[in-house]
Design a protein around this ligand. Structure first.
Ligand code: NAD
Length: 915
């Protein structure tokens, strides 16, 4: 990397931990070091090795990290008054840390020398000079540090010292320069200086020490630390110190998350490697999570409210031009615009919210009514801006296609106090799920706890994944407290599953009713909208409040199996897009390529070499192209490329193949079906993958015996597990399963139908339809929008999804995910190796790119990233770019690589409201 114009020095691990309430373990410090390295910060100050064993352990363990570029600094003070540097225990500890950088702090203010050190001005100059000189010259314990050690001198209280006695303050810097310091850092230790004072003093110092590297270390006691640091840079400082989120003693230190975007975006000073600035929001939030601190909502650039718009007029203006109320594009810093819903909201707020949630405008039938409901409820005491899941539910409930997972009929709560037993609460509730009514009772340590227990008891049998929903927070706020016990109570509930957290709210003059509304909404949201890992198959899932990607950066090993024909061309684009995701979000994906199919047969004789299967078993996920082609299609050959695929699915225990068919508005005309037939098409085919006719006993015809057969075998357990996959998915979608079989002819199909019907009884909220495969082929064209989840046997799924691909416009548009019990999965386009177009650079890579999005969602649990890929595909199609298979008049023809590049660039690029 070229030398930066200004280098960044992070002191979160030392100054940050001096902040009230901040505690970091060694593991925490190591995690933060990696985050800062990934962000592109140049130095991290690990701590004071002489001060405690924890810091000493950090310096030992940080050497084992595989860091890209960050230089680790050990911090300590000059040797003590009257002592020699070489004998000083603190200086020795600094050297024992074996870091490439040592930062040593000394006094610059005459007041401190006299009253705190209680020594003479000359002695202070001596200890500064000799400490720096000793550290600069003394060989480290390893060859590596001997030649590289950089010594940074922190001039404590420099600005105050300079204001009181400029000659002496300058003399202390002179002592550090004579000692050989590489950088002089001027500290505003008490954090009380003003920007113009900082600027003038930095200019003075530079005039006195021309050519020296000057740094700034500002504290925030007057709220100006970041501004003062920028003032120092304007005056010529080239080294800036600060902490993530401004953590530090008293009012904290200069906040790097404010400083860095200002340096880059406002002052045009390049500090981070290209493309890393967009990681800063994630770094701020991850460090806050590690430090167990809520990130200040209003934090500049990185706070959740930094680009949140509430006023109806503002939102209306933003919808016309996203620059109207924003100073930068939030995507530049990895943040995003949000629209808040409140009584101040207008139609635009709600439309924007619906867009954020992936709900099409046409699906919301009564927008004005939803808006009125929000305003009425806000008047009653609700505040929707803190409970976005409640808003999302209101919007979903206005869609004709939405079916709530349960309906609350009655509840009763009794609270009693008995002598010797204390307070006890019991709740009984009646809820309807589909056609069934459940009436349950449960006890608890309070009324809300009892209601929660009773609701869970009622729904547990129908919704087993309810067990994964946990109540994370419950807050009660009394609104008009002057009304005494008749005051309105507002309850905010936070619920979470493995990957998401969402907030709902209720308000009432009755605290139990307010709690019930918030609780029931949180559960409804959890069951119907927030979907856990492995559950989501739609191409455009709804966004949710607090949807997160596991927090922090993910390291993943992805095996790529390009295979044959266009497989190699499309997988290269999938990798390009995954790499763009890694760059934008700060993840580290390593790609290992292996052989499968015809090319593997040529190289090793086997379509699935053992090393390939082993690599896939070790991987976090597998991205596959396609196998086969005319070269290997001799019907008499004993081995065929497709056996590689079957062996892979078998070897990884993948039994469910999810094939979502969702239509991009821009491609409606690419389908051979009339656009009105395609209205509302959003289906998933769940294809059984490891049983059926592809795996049953077979006999090839021979020259002597021209009889051949294949056998379709299914066991009840194979059908049961795939049926559960389909019903669980339907619960999270529109609540309908269509089971496709050939029960009028095939025995295996009759078993299939019986078992699917049995499983259906366990999901009363889901409707089951059974149809024959020949009829299904017809209905897919006649009424495609009627299907939600189609579950079917291996071969039928294979055929029907090729047909369904035509709804989407091309085989080149349909992705798939093959999943088993674990996280690992195989992600591949549904198409084959297309030998007719292989090598021409014209194959459509979008099915593979959308498969990569499924990989991010299902195997790596990176929902935001998956969504970003799907959004990028939609945006590039909307801009009119097309590969040959989906080309129409008036669009721009691009090749495979160009299409991949456009998507990758789009992911790296800003997303604004109107895009
Ligand atoms: P195919 O899917 O390869 O091609 C069918 C048609 O769709 C061809 O006209 C092809 O040009 C077109 N097409 C497919 N993918 C496209 C894309 N991304 N962009 C543009 N056009 C695309 O099916 P096929 O021709 O029946 O089979 C070819 C070979 O692929 C055979 O050897 C077959 O066994 C194999 N195959 C492999 C898989 C797999 O690896 N999962 C699946 C199906 C077929």
């Amino acid at each position: 990397m070229a030398d930066p114009e200004v280098s960044l020095y992070d002191t979160t691990l030392r100054d940050g931990t001096q902040g009230e309430g901040i505690f970091l373990s060694v593991d925490d410090k190591l995690k933060i070091t990696r985050l800062l390295d990934r962000l592109g910060v140049h130095y991290v100050e690990g701590g004071w090795p002489g001060s405690n064993p924890k810091d000493a352990e950090y310096f030992r363990r940080v050497r084992e990290l595989d860091l890209e570029q960050i230089r680790v600094a050990a911090f300590g003070s000059t040797c003590r008054v009257g002592s020699q540097a070489q004998e000083d225990a603190n200086i020795r500890a600094l050297l024992e840390a074996e870091t490439p950088v040592v930062t040593v702090v000394g006094k610059s203010s005459a007041l401190h020398v006299r009253d705190v050190l209680r020594t003479t001005p000359e002695e202070n100059l001596r200890i500064i000079r000799e400490s720096v000189a000793y550290l600069k010259e003394k060989p480290g314990f390893s060859e590596k540090t001997r030649f590289l050690r950089e010594v940074i001198y922190d001039a404590e209280h420099f600005f105050d010292g300079h204001k009181a006695d400029p000659r002496y303050a300058m003399a202390t810097l002179q002592a550090a320069v004579e000692g050989g310091a590489d950088v002089l850092v001027l500290c505003d230790t008490n954090g009380g200086s003003m920007g113009w004072e900082i600027e003038a003093i930095v200019q003075n110092v530079l005039a006195a020490f021309p050519g020296v590297s000057l740094g700034i270390h500002a504290h925030n006691d007057n709220g100006l630390a970041a501004a003062n640091s920028l003032a120092a840079v304007r005056a010529g400082a080239t080294h800036v110190q600060g902490t993530v989120n401004g953590y530090g003693e008293r009012c904290g230190n200069a906040d790097l998350c404010t400083l860095i975007p200002n340096l880059e975006l406002k002052m045009g000073v390049a500090v981070l490697p290209a493309g890393r600035l967009s990681l800063i929001t994630r770094v701020a939030r991850t460090v806050a999570a590690i430090a167990n601190q809520p990130l200040h909502r209003q934090a500049a650039y990185v706070g959740r409210s930094a680009f949140a718009h509430k006023g109806g007029i503002h939102v209306a203006a933003m919808r016309r031009n996203s620059w109207s109320y924003q100073h930068i594009d939030p995507a530049l810093v990895g943040n995003q615009s949000r629209v808040l819903i409140s009584e101040l909201a207008g139609r635009g707020n709600l439309l924007s919210k619906a867009e954020e949630m992936g709900i099409a405008h046409r699906e919301i039938e009564n927008l004005p009514e939803v808006l009125q409901t929000i305003k009425r409820l806000e008047h009653q005491g609700f505040t929707f801006e803190g409970a976005e899941a409640s808003v999302e539910l209101l919007l979903h409930r206005s869609r004709p296609a939405y079916h709530p997972p349960f309906e609350m009929l009655d509840f009763m709560v009794v609270v009693e106090h008995r002598e010797g037993r204390g307070i006890f609460a019991e709740a009984s509730i009646k809820v309807r799920v589909g056609d069934q009514v459940f009436h349950t009772a449960a006890g608890g340590n309070g009324p809300v706890n009892a209601l929660d227990a009773a609701l869970r008891k009622a729904l547990a049998a129908v919704y087993p994944h309810l067990a994964h929903l946990n109540l994370a927070d419950y807050k009660v706020h009394i609104l008009d407290s002057d009304h005494g016990t008749a005051a309105t109570t507002r309850v905010l509930v936070d619920m979470q599953n493995e990957t998401r957290r969402w907030s709902t709210m209720g308000a009432s003059t009755n605290i139990i009713e307010a709690s019930w509304i918030a609780l029931a909404d949180a559960v409804e949201y959890g069951l119907s909208i927030a979907v856990g890992p492995g559950g989501k198959a739609s191409c455009s899932p709804a966004a949710s409040e607090g949807a997160q990607s596991g927090g922090g950066f993910v390291e993943a090993r992805i095996v790529t199996l390009p295979g044959d024909g266009i497989g190699t061309e499309v997988v290269a684009e999938g990798v390009k897009v995954l790499q763009a995701v890694a760059d934008r979000y700060g993840h580290r994906f390593t790609f290992e390529e292996a052989l499968i199919g015809g090319c593997a047969m040529d190289a090793t004789g086997s379509p699935l070499p053992e090393v390939t299967l082993e690599a896939c078993q070790r991987a976090d996920a597998v991205l596959l192209g396609a196998v086969g082609g005319p070269r290997w299609s001799d019907p008499t050959a004993p081995v065929r490329p497709e056996q590689g695929l079957l062996g892979l699915r078998w070897g990884l225990g993948l039994y469910a193949n999810l094939r979502p068919v969702c239509l991009y508005p821009a491609l409606l005309d690419a389908s051979p079906l009339r656009p009105e037939r395609l209205e509302g098409v959003d289906l998933v085919v769940v294809r059984e993958l490891t049983g059926g006719i592809y795996f049953g006993p077979r006999q090839e015809a021979t020259a002597d015996d021209e009889t051949a057969y294949d056998t379709m075998i299914y066991t009840a357990s194979e059908v049961r597990r795939i049926a559960h996959t389909a019903f669980r998915l339907a619960q999270q979608r529109r609540g309908k399963v269509t089971s496709v079989d050939k029960a009028n002819v095939l025995a295996a199909s009759r078993l299939w139908r019986r078992v699917v019907t049995e499983v259906a009884a366990e999901y009363p909220a889901v409707t089951l339809e059974t149809i024959l495969v020949d009829a299904a082929a017809m209905h897919l064209l006649r009424r495609p929008a009627d299907f939600d989840v189609i579950v079917t046997a291996n071969m039928f799924g294979d055929i029907l999804t090729d047909e369904a691909s035509m709804l989407a416009g091309s085989m080149g548009m349909l992705p798939s995910a093959s999943l088993g019990e674990g996280r690992n999965g195989v992600y591949e386009p549904i198409h084959g190796s297309a030998p007719d177009i292989a090598g021409h650079g014209i194959a459509n890579p979008l099915a593979t790119i959308l498969s990569a999005a499924m990989l991010l969602r299902h195997s790596l649990e990176l929902e935001d990233e998956a969504q970003a890929v799907e959004d990028a595909v939609e945006a590039v199609l909307a801009e009119g770019y097309r590969t040959k298979d989906i080309r129409e008049e008036g669009t721009t023809l691009v090749g495979t690589r160009e299409m991949g590049r456009l998507i990758a660039e789009r992911i790296g690029r800003k997303m604004t409201n109107d895009q």
